[in-house]
Design a protein around this ligand. Structure first.
Ligand code: FES
Ligand code: FES
Length: 190
């Protein structure tokens, strides 16, 4: 089996648009959920069944984390929970209480000069340098996975990178550039 599966255009995940689960339905039971997102504590009123993905996108307005399949198959929703990769579509928001959530919006560092742009993470810079995206929809998830892969030391060879990144699909087929970007960032961060 290929260590780097390609998206299957006939799979249920890609054949139909993901159902949007409203997290603020009228009359639905809600409870306050305290989430620490990118170092900031937020309290959101959510249904207990709300996924972390919906909480981030619809509750916190952080739309950098993407909804692809909403079924744990594409990796577009990858975030970090306490520094580990997690699929936000398969994680209930309540499961993330008391944990550090990092999204793509939290990766760049704020510049010392408040007027200046944030300082991009080495992986973000490498994706730009290596042209590692086309439409960009998968890119936030790819970058969050790549940061974790590098941290896990799973970047010893291109094959190892492909294996470690195999949970993140790219319908545009930018894989060779993504591997090059991960390799570049890993070398820079070594
Ligand atoms: Fe596809 Fe979460 S949206 S794995
Ligand atoms: Fe378009 Fe990956 S899905 S760049």
């Amino acid at each position: 089996m290929s260590p780097h599966p390609s998206p299957n255009p006939t799979s249920p995940a890609s054949a139909s648009a993901p159902a949007t689960i409203p997290i603020l339905r009228a009359g639905a039971t809600r409870r306050p959920v305290r989430l620490t997102i990118n170092g900031t504590e937020r309290t959101l009123l959510l249904e207990p069944r709300a996924s972390l993905l919906d909480a981030l996108r619809e509750g916190a307005g952080l739309t950098g984390t993407k909804k692809g399949c909403d079924h744990g198959q594409c990796g577009a929703c990858t975030v970090h929970l306490d520094g580990q990769r997690a699929l936000a579509c398969l994680t209930l928001a309540v499961q993330a209480e008391g944990r550090e959530i990092t999204t793509i919006e939290g990766l760049a560092e704020t510049a010392a000069d408040p007027e200046a742009d944030p300082v991009l993470h080495a992986v973000q810079r490498a994706f730009i340098d290596r042209d590692a995206f086309q439409c960009g929809y998968c890119t936030p998830g790819q970058i969050m996975s790549a940061v974790a892969c590098i941290r896990e030391g799973r970047t010893g060879s291109d094959d190892e990178i492909r294996e470690a990144m195999s949970g993140n699909l790219c319908r545009c087929g930018a894989y060779p550039h993504i591997v090059a970007a991960v390799r570049q960032a890993a070398e820079e961060l070594a």
